[in-house]
Design a protein around this ligand. Structure first.
Ligand code: FES
Length: 196
């Protein structure tokens, strides 16, 4: 014989009904948000009157796709963007032709003096003359293209090396240079095919 506790069943049923009611009641009472867009627009317009501030999408004054963070807050002024090239990082080969200087370089073995631009390597300048000059890596990482500047003093008084990794200070002091990465910065005489 099953003993039914009617009081327990009643309480259980009541609690279940209460939980179900609460579940469906959640979210009721929602009312649509009032359309405040016009109000916001008017308020916004009053805070930035008569300005050339490049509003997003205002293409008539060059606005629209401006990068985030490039505009100062409140003042309506554009922040200067640092687009200038750091000159200390500029390599001679990047010097534009119209800004290049020219130097007289005497190639002793070839018996000829030519003008070499400050944005051209000694090696390529010689090759432009159709001289068969030695080279291998063309990146300053061997000594195949080495030559000796015989004008006296350190090679780097006459050329700027763009990342030469082979010559030590003593060799540079004796005028040795890697012609594949050597850009002239003064007139000089060089013997090509001379390695330390
Ligand atoms: S060719 Fe290798 S250092 Fe110039």
């Amino acid at each position: 014989m099953v003993d039914i506790n009617f009081l327990g069943v009643g309480i259980g049923a009541t609690l279940t009904l209460l939980a179900v009611s609460l579940h469906y009641a959640r979210g009721t009472g929602w009312t649509p948000t009032a359309d405040i867009s016009q109000e916001v627009l008017e308020k916004r317009a009053s805070t930035v009157p008569e300005t050339e501030f490049p509003e997003p999408m205002n293409r008539s004054i060059g606005g629209g796709a401006i990068p985030a963070g490039s505009v100062t807050g409140g003042g309506g002024e554009l922040e200067e963007t640092d687009t200038e090239v750091d000159e200390s990082e500029q390599v001679p080969g990047d010097i534009p032709d119209e800004e290049a200087e020219y130097f007289e370089v005497e190639f002793e073995k070839q018996g000829s003096t030519i003008e070499v631009a400050s944005n051209q390597t000694v090696l390529t300048a010689g090759e432009d003359e159709s001289w068969d000059l030695p080279y291998a890596c063309r990146q300053g990482q061997c000594v195949s293209c080495a030559g000796q500047i015989t004008s006296g003093g350190n090679a780097e008084d006459y050329v700027e090396h763009d990342n030469q990794q082979m010559l030590d200070d003593a060799e540079l002091e004796h005028g040795y240079t890697l012609t594949c990465v050597a850009y002239p910065k003064d007139d000089f005489t060089i013997e090509t095919g001379e390695a330390p």
